[in-house]
Design a protein around this ligand. Sequence first.
Ligand SMILES: Nc1ncnc2c1ncn2[C@@H]1O[C@H](COP(=O)(O)OP(=O)(O)OP(=O)(O)O)[C@@H](O)[C@H]1O
Ligand code: SF4
Ligand SMILES: [Mg+2]
Length: 341
Amino acid sequence: MNQPKEIALRDVTQTFRGGALSAIGGELVAVDRVSFTLSSDPSRITSLVGESGSGKSTIARIILGLQRPTGGTVTYNGKDIFCLEGRDYDTYRRDVQPVFQDPYGIFNPFYRVDRIFWRPIEKFGLATGKARGLRLIEESFEAVDLRPADVLGRYPHQLSGGQRQRVMLARVHMLRPAFIIADEPVSMLDAAIRVMFLNVQLDFREKYGMTTLFITHDLSTAYYLGGETMVISQGRIVERGRAEDVITRPAHPYTQQLIASVPEPDPDARWTDRIEVSEQTAEVKSASRDRCLFAERCPHVKERCWKTRPAMMDVRTGHVAACYLYGAASHEESRDAAVTH
Ligand SMILES: Nc1ncnc2c1ncn2[C@@H]1O[C@H](COP(=O)(O)OP(=O)(O)OP(=O)(O)O)[C@@H](O)[C@H]1O
Ligand code: SF4
Ligand SMILES: [Mg+2]
């Protein structure tokens, strides 16, 4: 039996210097000691949901190896992804595939789109001979509802945004990676194509066992996909659990406020359109983050919330929240305990 494959983030941190904050010796903490694991067994969809600027794309870039974090580790099957070489590196590049909002940037404008299929066919030996390669490409197009005649032989600028997205999905279908890292792939698509795209994503999990990290602003998208939902705020994961639980029975006061602020009748409501995001001050970003960052806005705030950062605490089976309403452990204490045991 094959060993499950695993992407593990441990205390991943990304800080940035530059801009106004540097002048006062501060830095922007985009991702703050984030830990989670994506496993191929069982395959599942995990949505990472959060407001604009909460650190979602930074996490995606780090997992894809495009950016080395300033702290923490990302491992693939136990090996640091930033130290992979040779065959291990090739395996990672094949097993973990990105899908971006509009993949225009990753198409080379001078080549026909066919090339992004032929290159992996040759590199990974997916098919022998032109006829078999073409059959493979056509099968992948069918899986995402694209007609080969509409796309093959064309240049990227000759395709619509929706077609470019589907071409990327067709490539994912052809490569059958263990993991998909999808950063806001549907936010620029109209409603009908969006639903089709999400259904293809669900199909990929069911038929081929692909595990997806699906990044979105949109709660209804996370709900539609099911699986697991992680809520991120100011670079920290504050809650995670089954999508249905997190969205219908949110535990963290931050998630509760977010969900309350999305008007019922509009399932397409984007959080950023609706929610007053309290501006992080330079002081908050540069000075003490050793506390709950929601303290200013929380109706349940206690003294402790200002002094130490809460650990992830059990709310119910398979559902955790970083909030002192559910226990007393601080982030530091729980980390020390994990190291000692
Ligand atoms: N290269 C960079 N240099 C400086 N700051 C950066 C850089 N990249 C990201 N940031 C900052 O890090 C924070 C997180 O950015 P990120 O792009 O990860 O957010 P996001 O959750 O993907 O937001 P959105 O929903 O708008 O895409 C933001 O405050 C952003 O301005
Ligand atoms: S830790 Fe304290 S301030 Fe933070 S959400 Fe929980 S109760 Fe509110
Ligand atoms: Mg982003």
